[in-house]
Design a protein around this ligand. Structure first.
Ligand code: KMT
Ligand code: NI
Length: 174
C-alpha cells in the first residue's frame, strides 16, 4: 500500500508535484515528497522527525559539480542510466537542482524537478534516472536506513526480488 507521506499543503508542493498528473503519479508509484527550507531551524526539526519516523540513521552529502566530484562525467552517465536499487533512494536538495525521472505504472517517464528544499524518497525497486538542470550543480543530502548500499541495478531487473515486490505492490493497488 502506498501513501504520499507529506505533511505539507498542496500549495507547498514544488511545481512538478503541483501538476496533477505528477501528483497522481507520485501517489500511485510510491514516491514520497516533502518541502523543507535548508535555511530555517523549523526544517531541521522536521527533518529530524522524518529521519526518526522512517529510521534514516545514515546521512552524508554529495556535491555534484564539474570541479568538485571526481569522475564527474562518468558518474553523471551512470546516474542517467535507467536503474533501480534494493533499498529506498532518499535525497534532500540543499543547493542547485536536478531532474529525477521515474517510471509511472504505464512505464512512461515522469520528470521530477527538485530544487533547494525538496526532499524525495524513491521506493525500492522503482526504475529511475537522474541528471542536473541548467544550473549544472546540485548539493544533496543522502539518507539511508542502516548501512548504505548505493549499488545501481540497471534495467532490466525483472528477476530481482525487490523489483518483483515493487511491481506486485503496484498491481495490487490498482
Ligand atoms: C543514484 O542512485 O545515486 C541516483 O539515482 C542518482 C541520483 S542522486 C546523485
Ligand atoms: Ni538511483
Amino acid at each position: 500500500h502506498f501513501e504520499l507521506f507529506s505533511k505539507t499543503e498542496p500549495g507547498d508542493l514544488n511545481p512538478l508535484f503541483r501538476n496533477t498528473r505528477c501528483l497522481e503519479a507520485g501517489l500511485e508509484i510510491g514516491v514520497l515528497y516533502w518541502h523543507l527550507d535548508p535555511k530555517k531551524s523549523e526544517s531541521e526539526e522536521e527533518l529530524a522527525k522524518i529521519r526518526k519516523d522512517r529510521g534514516y540513521n545514515y546521512m552524508d552529502y554529495l556535491d555534484i559539480c564539474p570541479g568538485k566530484l571526481a569522475n564527474f562525467e562518468e558518474k553523471l552517465k551512470n546516474f542517467f542510466t535507467e536503474h533501480m536499487h534494493a533499498d529506498e533512494e532518499i535525497r534532500y536538495c540543499l543547493e542547485g537542482g536536478g531532474y529525477f525521472d521515474v517510471r509511472d505504472k504505464d512505464d512512461k517517464w515522469v520528470r521530477i524537478w527538485i530544487k533547494e528544499g525538496d526532499m524525495i524518497v524513491l521506493p525500492a525497486g522503482i526504475y529511475h534516472r537522474f541528471t542536473l538542470d541548467a544550473a549544472n550543480h546540485v548539493k544533496l543530502m543522502r539518507l539511508f536506513l542502516g548501512e548504505p548500499v548505493w549499488t545501481a541495478h540497471n534495467r532490466p531487473q525483472e528477476d530481482h526480488p525487490v523489483r518483483q515486490e515493487y511491481v506486485k505492490r503496484l498491481t495490487d493497488d490498482n
